[in-house]
Ligand binder design. Structure first.
Ligand SMILES: Cc1ncc(COP(=O)(O)O)c(C=O)c1O
Length: 435
């Protein structure tokens, strides 16, 4: 019934997460409420390590998963992943600070982003991270300069722009020529940067990085990407430059639409490993890094909202819930589809629209959904919100960021407190002359 959400069951017409009655969790903790499932996070991560272990077995090289913190950087979620041996893909000083807080092995931390700040570079060098994924020549020069001032040598990988169509939503495509990311290979900019780095005293060339987009539901762009990266690695070898790490980014999609099966970790691993092995006689194969976000945590998260009002307009029946686009922006900004279900599953069905309470017409979670009949005070669950849900949440309409709990084998834990009205105002200052 819920493809990809193995933690969800329906028992006696009641939705359960890891065995916990969802309506009862909502009653106990209040709504809106994010629920993350430990068991699902562990399954999603283990599927990567299991699927890719063949790479290490066949090549003797490392395989590393560096989780993209931007997807969901709650400390408990990160600690679960860190304890499983997961690394970190960070894109800011804040995310690096967070990775240090959960004691991620620094040799598994990579630093992404297209506008790295001097203070972030200092932090990265002092943390001894595996690599800065350099996005421009200007960044390379700054990293070399900062490392020089610190008397250190910084590890750098080069984020190439391979011009591969990821066949995903245009707003989450990143590896096309028209996107802002990376060093263009075809125009020779990537090679120019690497040659410059070779002459620099305070950087060490360690890798090639690439990320072509998010929510990829087709494996062929990954194969095309891997080939382009490896062709480039071979061409560098011919110039006497050895690449130790290849990072193919994140991007594996999740089944938001429960009627459509999409590729999973094993499919990705088979395709990538086979492609890499095709290069075994041309170059010493590198360590392999991937930095998934969505596919590790999306399916593990559910957003609960309580129905406060139901109204009929000439065009639709509207279910008004207390979760809104400030809690989860994806439908509003990407027109993203998320499965929605009431937590009490009645036999009678009806077609409804589900909306939040913010003053925006785009604050709608689903339109024309045929769902079991919903009544006021019911709890509604929006599925697959564990990635890019709370990490994109905001205080629009002066609404606090919601509480988050974690269901685990031995209980349900609060892993983020609900923001209060006082929290909302805690950073504002009225100059004394207005008082
Ligand atoms: C550089 C980079 N790496 C990894 C990711 C994670 O992607 P996903 O959540 O689709 O796995 C992103 C997301 O946009 C990214 O920009």
């Amino acid at each position: 019934m819920f493809l990809g959400n193995e933690m969800i069951t329906v028992e006696n017409n009641k939705l359960k997460i890891d065995g916990f009655d969802v309506s009862e969790l909502a009653e106990q903790h209040g709504t809106p409420l994010y629920v993350m499932s430990e068991s699902q996070i562990v399954k999603n991560f283990t599927r990567y390590t299991e699927a890719f272990k063949e790479y290490s077995e066949k090549t003797g090289k490392e395989f590393i998963v560096s989780y993209a913190y931007k997807a969901n950087s709650n400390l408990a979620v990160l600690k679960i992943l860190t304890n499983l041996g997961c690394g970190a893909d960070v894109v800011s000083g804040g995310e690096l600070y967070t990775a240090k807080m959960v004691s991620v092995d620094s040799s598994k931390i990579v630093f992404n982003g297209n506008c790295k700040l001097e203070e972030e570079i200092i932090m990265g060098i002092e943390t001894n991270i595996r690599a800065f994924n350099v996005d421009s020549i200007s960044e390379l020069e700054l990293i070399n300069e900062v490392a020089g001032k610190l008397g250190k040598v910084a590890n750098v990988a080069f984020r190439i722009n391979p011009n591969v169509n990821p066949k995903t939503h245009p707003k989450i495509s990143t590896g096309l020529k028209s996107n802002k990311f990376g060093l263009d290979v075809e125009a020779g900019i990537a090679l120019k940067a690497i040659k410059m780095a070779k002459e620099m005293k305070n950087v060490k060339i360690v890798g090639i990085h690439c990320h072509i987009g998010s929510q990829l539901t087709d494996i062929s762009p990954f194969v095309e990407e891997t080939k382009k990266v490896m062709d480039f690695v071979v061409s560098l070898k011919e110039q006497g430059i050895k690449i130790e790490d290849v990072n193919i980014g994140g991007g594996l999609g999740v089944p938001y639409d429960k009627n459509t099966e999409i590729p999973v970790q094993k499919d990705l691993a088979n395709a990538v490993i086979n492609t890499m092995l095709e290069y075994a006689d041309k170059v010493e194969l590198p360590n392999l890094i991937i930095e998934p976000g969505r596919s590790l945590v999306a399916t593990a998260g559910v957003l609960l909202g309580k129905v406060h009002h139901i109204k009929e307009t000439p065009s639709a029946k509207w279910i008004m819930i207390d979760a809104g686009m400030n809690d989860m922006m994806r439908p509003a900004i990407y027109e993203a589809y998320h499965e929605i279900t009431p937590c009490t599953i009645r036999d009678e069905k009806e077609v409804v629209n589900i909306a939040g309470g913010l003053c925006e017409s785009s604050d709608v979670f689903g339109k024309e959904r045929e769902l079991p009949k919903i009544e006021v005070k019911d709890t509604i669950a929006i599925l697959d919100v564990g990635a890019y849900g709370i990490s994109m949440a905001n205080n629009y309409n002066a609404r606090g960021i919601s509480k988050m709990i974690l269901t685990s084998e031995d209980g349900a834990y609060t892993i983020r407190e609900r923001e209060t009205y006082a929290d909302l105002l805690s950073k504002d200052i009225i100059p004394p002359k207005y008082l």
